[in-house]
Write a new protein. Structure first.
Length: 330
C-alpha cells in the first residue's frame, strides 16, 4: 500500500488502529504483566506462531497498519513471513519499520547487560536498511529513525540526511520515532530538516497517552503539515490496562470505563483516537484476547466530559519517563 494511504480522510474506524510487534518479536520486553501473557517457553517458533496469530486476527478485524523494528528481535522476520504467505494482505496493508537500535539480547530475557543499543550513524543505517529490505523488500512503506531525542545526529548529520533522502526517492516515507520528555522539541526540530529544499521527514511515531500527553501540540502541528502521525505506547506499557490501572492516579479511567461498559484499555486507546491529529493508534497486544479488547476502542465514542475527566490523569513528563526507564524486562 502507498505510504500515504493511511489518513483520516481515507481510513475507517479499524484502519485507524495498528498492531505493533514490540511485545511479541522477542522474548523480553517492558510491558507490565507480560509474564502472564506469553508462554513460559518463549522459543522462536512459539513467538512466530503468536505473532502470526495476532496479525491474522488484526487483519481479519480490519487493521491495516503493522509496525515493527530492527531491534524487536525477529519481529521483522515474523512479519515478512506472514506477508509472504498472504499476498492479498501484503497488497492491502501499510508496513512501518524502524532502524537505529540493534538488538543485543541474543534471545535472552535475563542476564543481559543491554537488550538493545542505539546508534544513529550512516553505517548503522546502511546495515539495518539492507537487513530490512532483505526481509520486507518493496513492502516497506514507512521507515523511521528509532527513538530520536534532541541530541541525535539524525537531526544534524547531512550525510545521513542524504542517505535518507535516497530512500524517500524510492517511494518510502521517511520519519522518526521519539521518546523522552523532550518529544515536542524533537518533532519541531525534525520539521526544520530539509534536503535540496524539501522536508526530509514526513512521519512520526510518538508516545502519547493519558499519563504523558505533552507531545500533543507538536503532533498536531506535524499532522497539519501533512505528516503521518502514529501513536505508540497509548497504554503506557500496560499501566493503563485494567489489571494494572488500580491506583488513585487512574480513578478517572476506571470511572469512564464503568460508565461506558468498556475496558480500561479500550478507553485509553479511544482517548488517543479522539485526537484529530492521531492518524494511527497502535495496539501492543500480546494475546488475541487483548487485541480484541483493544479494538473495541474503534466503536467507543467518548464525550467531552469523559475526555475532560481523563485529562486529569496527565502527570509531569520527566516523572513519567523516569518511571518508564525503571521498568523491568520480563
Amino acid at each position: 500500500m502507498p505510504a500515504d494511504a493511511v489518513t483520516p480522510a481515507t481510513a475507517g474506524p479499524l484502519a485507524r488502529f495498528g498492531l505493533g510487534t514490540a511485545a511479541v518479536g522477542r522474548p523480553g520486553y517492558i510491558t507490565l504483566g507480560r509474564e502472564l501473557d506469553l508462554p513460559g517457553e518463549r522459543s522462536v517458533e512459539a513467538l512466530r506462531d503468536r505473532t502470526h496469530a495476532l496479525l491474522d486476527a488484526a487483519y481479519a478485524a480490519g487493521v491495516r497498519y503493522f509496525d515493527t523494528a530492527r531491534s524487536y528481535g525477529r519481529a521483522e522476520e515474523f512479519l515478512a513471513g506472514w506477508l509472504d504467505a498472504r499476498p492479498e494482505a501484503a497488497a492491502a496493508v501499510t508496513v512501518g519499520s524502524k532502524w537505529g537500535y540493534t538488538y543485543t539480547a541474543d534471545w535472552r530475557v535475563s542476564g543481559v547487560a543491554a537488550h538493545e543499543v542505539k546508534e544513529h550513524s550512516v553505517a548503522v543505517f546502511e546495515r539495518q536498511a539492507a537487513q530490512t529490505r532483505a526481509l520486507l523488500g518493496r513492502r516497506l512503506d514507512v521507515y523511521l529513525v528509532h527513538s530520536v531525542t534532541p541530541d541525535s545526529p539524525a537531526l544534524t548529520d547531512p550525510a545521513l540526511h542524504a542517505r535518507l533522502a535516497d530512500l524517500t526517492a524510492e517511494g518510502v516515507r521517511v520519519g522518526l520515532s521519539t521518546s523522552g520528555p523532550a518529544q515536542a522539541e524533537t518533532i519541531r526540530a525534525a520539521r526544520k530538516v530539509s534536503v535540496a529544499g524539501r522536508p526530509l521527514f514526513t512521519a512520526v511515531q510518538a508516545t502519547w497517552n493519558l499519563l504523558e500527553p505533552s507531545a500533543g501540540p507538536a503532533l498536531a502541528e506535524a499532522h497539519e503539515a501533512g505528516w503521518l502521525v502514529v501513536v505508540k505506547e497509548a497504554m503506557a506499557n500496560g499501566r493503563l490496562a485494567g489489571r494494572n490501572a488500580t491506583g488513585a492516579d487512574t480513578a478517572a479511567l476506571r470511572a469512564v470505563a464503568a460508565r461506558t461498559g468498556a475496558g480500561a484499555d479500550a478507553v485509553a486507546l479511544a482517548a488517543v483516537a479522539a485526537r484529530p491529529w492521531a492518524d494511527v493508534v497502535l495496539s501492543g497486544a500480546a494475546t488475541e484476547e487483548q487485541l480484541a479488547s483493544n479494538l473495541t476502542a474503534a466503536r467507543l465514542a467518548l464525550d467531552p466530559a469523559d475526555l475532560a475527566a481523563l485529562d486529569a490523569l496527565a502527570g509531569e513528563p520527566g516523572a513519567y519517563w523516569r518511571h518508564r526507564a525503571g521498568l523491568a524486562w520480563s
